[in-house]
Write a protein that binds this ligand. Sequence first.
Ligand SMILES: NC(=O)c1ccc[n+]([C@@H]2O[C@H](COP(=O)([O-])OP(=O)(O)OC[C@H]3O[C@@H](n4cnc5c(N)ncnc54)[C@H](OP(=O)(O)O)[C@@H]3O)[C@@H](O)[C@H]2O)c1
Length: 415
Amino acid sequence: MSISAVSNGIKLPLPKTQWHQRILSAQFLTHFQVSSAPYPPSLHLKRSFNFSKERFRLVKASAAPVVEAPKTSFRNKKPADINVLVVGSTGYIGNFVVKELVKRGFNVIAVAREKSGIRGRNDKDKTLEMLNGANVCFSDVTELDALEKSLANLGVPIDVVVSCLASRNGGVKDSWKIDYDATKNSLVAGRKFGASHFVLLSAICVQKPLLEFQRAKLKFEAELVEEAEKDEEFTYSIVRPTAFFKSLGGQVELVKDGKPYVMFGDGKLCACKPISEPDLASFIADCVLSENKINQFLPIGGPGKALTPLEQGEMLFKLLGKEPKFLKVPIEIMDFAIGVLDFLVKIFPSLEDAAEFGKIGRYYAAESMLVWEPETGEYNADKTPSYGTDTLEDFFKKVLTEGMEGQELGEQTIF
Ligand SMILES: NC(=O)c1ccc[n+]([C@@H]2O[C@H](COP(=O)([O-])OP(=O)(O)OC[C@H]3O[C@@H](n4cnc5c(N)ncnc54)[C@H](OP(=O)(O)O)[C@@H]3O)[C@@H](O)[C@H]2O)c1
């Protein structure tokens, strides 16, 4: 079997084996997806408002001291009188965040594209259905003018911005376009219409930034902190979750079908405390009002102990009542592939995304999604806070009976 990367009309064969795809799906590759075209801004109110770099630089996930909420804070209002703008509202996490905020009684304004989701597969009606209970604002977060015009059309002030934006393909340019530029647009536009708090869905892996999307996120995080330093009435909460369930479920159905569980090295190279979409959404919703989350970096995992890929595989075989069967892949294979792609990028620059995807795969094969301690040079599971009740074991049980629907990683553009 082989797969090709097409660049500038040149077709390059890339090696692929039967388990190659599984290795990649075994990692937290959430970024191999396509983005759809922007849309002119328009507003759909479903209910009335109550108008009331360095490559190896390590970044510590330390928490700032708890600060007092600004005096004029929206926090004194009832949720029904608080207007929360959610960007990235149609994503895996963003959609749960919208549901949770609606459930808690906030006035939610969900910014969306008319064709949302992986490959733009949700049309306008489906998008409106997904965002039921929120006021849907069709706009383009990648264009500041368009976004500002849409918010002006709303005619209401914004109190809080929640960003769950993320590049859908994880490529170098798209990461900067979404994880930095579009997220920055939502800050600038939100501020223009009065926002005094910003909740950012980031990622725990930015502590050790080796990848382009991590650098893009870090740049935005730094500017958010600067904004709060310039204006004491403005606050932020930066949420840095560990792994999502969808990123760990890729092998469940294959193992059920009798295939071995694929892992790198001895299966103990990395570990994580996975968190479900509803639990993470609940934590993010807490950040809207919780004063003890103001101006904080908030690493967050799910309940229970940290799990290595080996332990995840063992859990799966136990649930199936089968003898464990592992396929251990040397991590050096990825180093070799990355070396080849890095070399090819020099000749074919348009292969930069393929090279970046290789690095993403390598990163998640070897780096834990836990709090990193620069002092010890180690990840620390005990210092990685837990939140919520949903366990990976329950998630595996659900996938074994119901499949992976709703947990898709999205289109893989290269692998
Ligand atoms: N996977 C993990 O294990 C993991 C762990 C920790 C942290 N994270 C981080 O969590 C974040 C969110 O992940 P997710 O899985 O919820 O993301 P996702 O499902 O890919 O959703 C991305 C959101 O951004 C929007 N978006 C992307 N490109 C856009 C564009 N060009 N114009 C307008 N909107 C655009 C999408 O809108 P459309 O629906 O219109 O495309 C969607 O609402 C990421 O930053 C990731 O790094 C992931």
